[in-house]
Design a protein around this ligand. Structure first.
Ligand code: FAD
Length: 440
């Protein structure tokens, strides 16, 4: 086994270098357009390995990338010429059904958490594609179909086990290092490598429902306005959304987590929105709901996306959204927040945008590198039409937009507090391949 510097004899994982057989697989991430070559890929087998890897990277002066699920579209996990701490061997999830808690290793994917929790009818908020990493998702906040009932993933964090920039292992919870506990709930990978998340689970049952209607986007304004306005006082089990894609219909709908029959009144409201080109009302298991986008969101495509948080959506904004149907590429959505996400005071965690009403995303996927600029430019152009109503952005949906983008994700007060925390916990900015908060 090639050694990445002075890794101790106790190191139990694998170290890959550019001529190792698995190297190209290990450096590939979700976005097929990311093509970076770490000097070492250190696949850690446990927390002590992570501690050793951080220390070695620091001693050798190598940039550190941390790979959870590899989903960040910017490919933050892969450091060119650096040391990638690959957590893909640390994917364990242990559920205590009686206590309604889960211990989740830092490299676990969402699907493992759901698979371990659902036999007991339990779950907690997680994203909507099962091969996303809990690591990056929870550290940036964590939004999903349970968010309006139970808050963000980070709102369900009881504690974290963290390897710090000097390779020490610490705990962060309400009682231990509460400053760090605040920052890990939204502040991303800036403060250390999380080797274990302790999460609260909820009794959600195993049933869900997806209801959608397709309408003509050219005549969709009234329906879109009515449906989005309905979101504010919709039952918390419902997450309302609107979607539009190049050349496609306007789709309005909602995801319901709970007994499907209870959603009947909201299905009736959806049916009242206008003459539908198509109507889909599908009871589905919670596990299948969480996997239903897995194939469309598969690894390997080249990707580009832009996002905004939006609050007020006057008709001009809705018309801009509907006009996306006339673009040559791209698919866009507006997904509701509110409910339990908004119950939390903005200062309680580092996730700042508690009062956002909707997350707007536009993205494209393609295969040919020759299409890179065309697709990215179209997404940027479409997102710019919504920008006048932007009140910020979700840090996990932010692309490479430099310091201005990171400020937009946090707002001034949260950013300033994160910077103080960074100065205390990572003064050399060892963890900088992320939506970076530089030390003061
Ligand atoms: C198809 C798809 C669907 C998505 N759906 C949702 C969704 O429903 N809800 C939502 O909230 N977000 C969603 N996201 C966004 C997602 O939260 C981010 O892409 C997130 O960064 C993914 O985390 P990861 O561990 O897979 O990524 P990685 O690329 O491995 O890591 C991303 C960042 O997190 C850091 N990181 C990861 N794990 C750790 C760890 N254990 N300790 C310290 N730092 C770590 C990395 O250093 C890096 O900076 C989605 C993304 C994709 C591509």
């Amino acid at each position: 086994m090639p050694m990445a510097g002075p890794l101790p004899a106790s190191f139990e994982g694998d170290v890959l270098v550019p001529d190792s057989p698995d190297y190209d697989t290990a450096r590939a991430v979700w976005n097929g357009a990311v093509d970076r070559r770490p000097k070492y890929v250190v696949r850690c087998a446990g927390t002590d390995d992570v501690r050793a890897a951080v220390r070695v990277a620091r001693e050798l002066g190598l940039p550190i990338g941390v790979r959870g699920g590899g989903h960040s579209a910017a490919g933050w996990a892969v450091p060119d010429g650096g040391l990638m701490i690959d957590l893909s061997r640390m994917r364990g999830v242990a559920v205590d059904a009686g206590a309604r808690t889960a211990q989740v290793q830092g490299g676990a994917l969402l699907g493992s958490l759901d698979a371990a929790s659902q036999p007991y009818g339990l779950a907690t908020t997680a994203g909507i594609v099962s091969h996303t990493g809990i690591g990056g998702l929870a550290l940036g906040g964590g939004v999903g179909w349970l968010g309006r009932q139970y808050g963000l993933t980070c709102d369900n964090a009881l504690g974290y086990e963290v390897v710090t920039a000097d390779g020490e292992l610490v705990r962060a919870s309400a009682d231990e290092n509460p400053d760090l506990f605040w920052g890990l709930r939204g502040g991303g990978g800036n403060f250390g490598v999380v080797t274990r998340f302790d999460l609260t689970l909820h009794v959600v049952g195993t049933q869900a429902l997806v209801a959608e209607v397709d309408l003509d986007p050219a005549r969709g304004l009234d329906a879109l306005r009515t449906w989005l306005a309905r979101s504010d006082d919709a039952p918390r089990r419902a997450t309302l959304f609107a979607e539009v894609s190049a050349g496609g219909p306007l789709t309005l709908g909602f995801v319901w987590v709970g007994p499907p029959d209870d959603a009947a009144p909201l299905v009736a409201e959806l049916d009242d929105l206008g003459t539908a080109q198509a109507r889909r009302v599908r009871p589905i298991s919670y596990l299948d709901l969480q996997r239903q986008s897995d194939v469309g969101a598969a690894h390997g495509w080249r990707r580009y996306a832009k996002s905004h948080y939006v609050q007020e959506l006057p008709d001009a904004a809705l018309e801009a959204f509907l006009a996306h149907a006339g673009a040559d590429v791209g698919a866009a959505s507006l997904v509701a927040y509110g409910g339990a996400i908004a119950d939390v005071d903005p200062g309680t965690t580092a996730f700042a945008h508690r009062n956002t009403r909707f997350e707007y995303d536009v993205g494209a996927k393609w295969e040919d590198p020759a299409d890179d600029e065309r697709h990215a430019a179209t997404c940027r152009r479409l997102a710019a039409t919504i920008a006048p109503w932007s009140v910020g952005v979700y840090v996990n949906a932010l692309g490479v937009e430099g310091a201005a983008g990171v400020h937009r994700a946090y707002g001034d007060a949260t950013y300033a507090r994160l910077q103080e925390l960074k100065t205390a916990w990572d003064p050399d900015n060892a963890f900088r391949l992320n939506q970076n908060i530089p030390p003061a």
